[in-house]
Ligand binder design. Structure first.
Ligand SMILES: CC(C)(COP(=O)(O)OP(=O)(O)OC[C@H]1O[C@@H](n2cnc3c(N)ncnc32)[C@H](O)[C@@H]1OP(=O)(O)O)[C@@H](O)C(=O)NCCC(=O)NCCS
Length: 216
């Protein structure tokens, strides 16, 4: 096995010791340069063909150590601050990356399978309702390069006020500021500012109603 393949295995092991074993459970694939991590399998009908023209196929990567379950990952120097009673649903994934902060206010709930990724700073206020499958991320993860080939800044803080309702499957992007009592319609893509008491929806989210009041 090449040293770069060994390095890949080592990297996966760092996230989950069981990954040391998984690829060896499928020696036939391993010999073909196919690495199955995290218990992922290939179900192949005897008549089906799997052709790999050189290189390496890695399946089950990007350290989903949770295997479909939720979890909280706090990286070096990260800070997660929970202010009072907070309910987080099954399957929610929270990542606070190195040096980043995430704050969640009292009486806020986050429904199952939502994902909150803090690379710089995310604040979710008190009494908010975050629906199923919502994604809140204050960075893009990949970079644009400037004229000198240096990566541009790709994070900006997210501020979500108090008593904000974020509808199912919405996506809250970096730099978003949602003011108190606002409502985000289901499936919306939000960036920029959402004024207090405003209902926005769509992609990109636009205002539907203003001056609303809502209750859980
Ligand atoms: C945002 C929402 C609350 C607005 O409800 P409403 O004020 O009763 O709005 P209406 O249903 O009267 O729709 C008004 C208009 O906005 C549009 N609209 C409403 N929600 C929308 C959405 N999520 N995306 C795009 N357009 C939307 C409607 O198509 C309608 O357009 P039209 O006037 O051209 O016909 C609601 O549509 C919604 O998204 N609910 C989902 C909430 C949710 O995810 N709950 C999970 C529990 S935590």
């Amino acid at each position: 096995m090449s040293s770069s393949n060994l390095a890949r295995i080592r990297k996966a092991v760092r996230y989950d010791v069981r990954n040391l074993v998984y690829p060896f459970l499928h020696p036939r694939y391993l010999l073909q340069g196919i690495f199955l991590f995290n218990g992922n399998r290939i179900l192949r009908h005897p008549s089906a063909r799997l052709i790999k023209d050189g290189g390496r196929l890695q399946f089950g990567c990007f350290w989903d150590v949770w295997k479909g379950k939720g979890g909280i990952v706090l990286h070096e120097g990260a800070c997660l601050r929970i202010k009072g009673n907070v309910v987080i649903g099954d399957g929610v994934i929270i990542e606070v990356h190195a040096g980043a902060t995430l704050e969640i206010g009292a009486e806020t709930f986050i429904n199952p399978n939502a994902r909150v990724i803090a690379l710089e700073s995310i604040r979710i206020g008190a009494e908010c309702a975050v629906a199923w499958d919502v994604q809140i991320m204050d960075g893009d993860r990949h970079f644009f390069l400037d004229a000198n080939g240096s990566p541009e800044k790709n994070t900006a803080p997210i501020e979500i006020g108090d008593h904000v309702w974020i509808g199912a499957r919405s996506l809250i992007l970096k730099g978003t500021r949602v003011e108190d009592d606002a409502v985000i319609g289901a499936g919306s893509v939000v960036s920029g500012r959402v004024a207090a008491g405003t209902v926005v929806a769509g992609n990109p989210a636009v205002a539907l109603r203003e001056g609303v009041r809502w209750t859980k």
